[in-house]
Write a protein that binds this ligand. Structure first.
Ligand SMILES: *Cc1c(COP(=O)(O)O)cnc(C)c1O
Length: 429
């Protein structure tokens, strides 16, 4: 496979951007080599700058649940654009997307659109603090909530620790109110509430943690978080930037039947455009300006072109059987890959939920916390990733990232993917 053009473009990009990219994981640092520059996408396929074709399971990191260049999304975007692209004044399209979401989702009564998942989470934290009048926040090691300062933290050594900032440029004073504990650990959360109960404004979790492997939590654990936050008048935030509209239209809240206080959305909600959102009950949302005292604003918030894309995409998601067929295809892919793995000495597991899957070179039956991932096993993912590219299958370039099945993947794509995995597995060593 020739990748000359991508290499040239990358060398050029390095002159312009730190690491040659505008978001770090794109740089291929954890799999080695240089990134593919993508020229075009259609349905489940993407083509790089050298004209190589790939079956894509990255889906722009999740948003493209209908696949690339979906006709309905494109038509709607093109029609909307003809009338202008931004007004900084309300449009009917915002109402339409909000109605579509709220009337099909019992977990939120009001919503605010923003322009990214990061912004949604940052605003949700501010809302939780404004609503409760408390300051501390509790997050879990292994959950990603975007790159806002207070959430760029890693756990220290201990059951309950205040965050150590995980990025230069984030002062300790900014993360000193962020408590970090392990996922799937009740005792740590109980301890944190014993010590700081009165001060904890919110607990934030990805109910389906999918940014550091796929660390599926038990329903009972999420219910425990619901109960303990309620007892302490603390807010429970589900960060559903990945799981929202992915695990069914009502996301993880609907999947588990657990009602958080605030939900954040992103990715799928914008149909491939930059949209995020946060939603809650009328009572909680009344704290947001201009109704309430929690300030939050955005020049391009509720952008009409992005709203049109979101409406087109979410309307498809609402069609009967949409999520069932995604799950059926995912199961087919997962079981095919499992059957294709025959290596005598390398451990292998593939975890999945709905249309999300994650490959782990591990012999553990369950992996439910960040600490349970074996960093050394990533050497196998690096080999797998490289061989799959040669075979025309594109996965996100890190073994900590999940894959996404979309509406556009056909049975033939799935069979070709399984065959590519079988070949790639033979070359593992
Ligand atoms: C992607 C993601 C974010 C950040 O969203 P951006 O649009 O990249 O800012 C936040 N939380 C979760 C769970 C995510 O998956």
């Amino acid at each position: 496979m020739q990748r000359e053009r991508s290499k040239q473009l990358y060398e050029e990009a390095v002159q312009f951007f730190p690491g040659g990219v505008n978001s770090p994981v794109r740089a291929f640092r954890s799999v080695g080599g240089t990134p593919l520059f993508i020229k075009k996408g259609k349905g489940a396929k993407i083509w790089d700058a050298d004209g190589n074709e790939f079956i894509d399971y990255c889906a722009s990191w999740g948003p493209l649940i209908l696949g690339h260049a979906n006709e309905k999304v494109l038509n709607s975007v093109q029609a909307t654009m003809q009338n202008g692209t931004s007004f900084g004044a309300p449009t009917e399209l915002e109402n339409e997307l909000a109605r579509l979401i709220i009337s099909n989702n019992p977990y939120i009564q009001k919503i605010r659109f923003v322009s990214s998942g990061t912004e949604a989470v940052m605003s949700a934290i501010r809302l939780a603090r404004g609503y409760t009048g408390k300051t501390k926040i509790l997050k879990f090691e292994g959950c990603y909530h975007g790159h806002s300062d207070a959430l760029l933290v890693k756990a220290g050594s201990g059951l309950v620790t205040f965050g150590n900032s995980s990025s230069a440029g984030v002062p300790e004073s900014v993360v000193s109110d962020t408590i970090v504990v392990s996922l799937h650990n009740k005792e740590a959360v109980q301890k944190a509430f014993e010590q700081f109960g009165k001060e904890i404004a919110c607990v934030i979790i990805e109910p389906v943690p999918a940014n550091n492997g796929l660390l599926l939590q038990d329903k009972e654990y999420l219910q425990f978080l619901r109960d303990i936050t309620k007892q302490h008048n603390s807010v429970l935030i589900f960060d559903e930037v990945i799981s929202g509209f992915r695990l069914g239209f009502t996301g993880a809240a609907g999947h588990y039947g657990i009602a958080p206080d605030i939900i954040t959305y992103g990715k799928i909600i914008g149909g491939g455009f930059p949209v995020g959102a946060y939603g809650a009950s009328k009572e909680i949302m009344a704290c947001i300006s201009p109704d309430g005292a929690v300030y939050q604003a955005g020049t391009l918030s509720g952008n009409p072109v992005a709203m049109a894309a979101g409406i087109a995409q979410l309307s498809e998601c609402l069609k009967p059987g949409f999520y069932e067929q995604l799950e059926t295809k995912t199961k087919k892919l997962v079981s095919g890959i499992e059957k294709a793995f025959k290596h005598p000495s390398i451990p292998f597991k593939i975890f999945s939920i709905g249309s999300i899957f994650w490959i782990a070179f591990s012999s553990d039956e369950k992996i439910q916390s960040a600490e349970a991932i074996d960093a050394d096993s990533m050497k196998y993912f690096r080999q797998l990733h490289a061989t799959l590219l040669e075979q025309g299958v594109y996965l996100g370039p890190s073994g900590y990232e999940v894959g996404f099945m979309g509406e556009a993947h056909t049975d033939a794509d799935i069979e070709a993917t399984i065959a590519a995995f079988a070949k790639a597995f033979e070359q593992l060593n």
